[in-house]
Write a protein that binds this ligand. Structure first.
Ligand SMILES: [Zn+2]
Length: 52
């Protein structure tokens, strides 16, 4: 299978380890699982999860 390129870090990643993420503007981005986890953490901050 063809490797995909993570749009965030540019790493070539096997399709089994890449996530197709829907953006708020309706587009899709391919992220490796590591970047996906980082984006989710940033997103949690952005939407205002309260820090204790
Ligand atoms: Zn990445």
């Amino acid at each position: 299978m063809t490797e995909q390129t993570c749009v965030r870090c540019g790493t070539r990643t096997p399709p089994s380890d890449i996530v197709n993420v829907a953006s708020t503007d309706g587009t899709y981005r391919l992220l490796c699982s590591r970047c996906f986890n980082e984006e989710m953490a940033q997103w949690a901050d952005t939407v205002g999860l309260e820090h204790p």
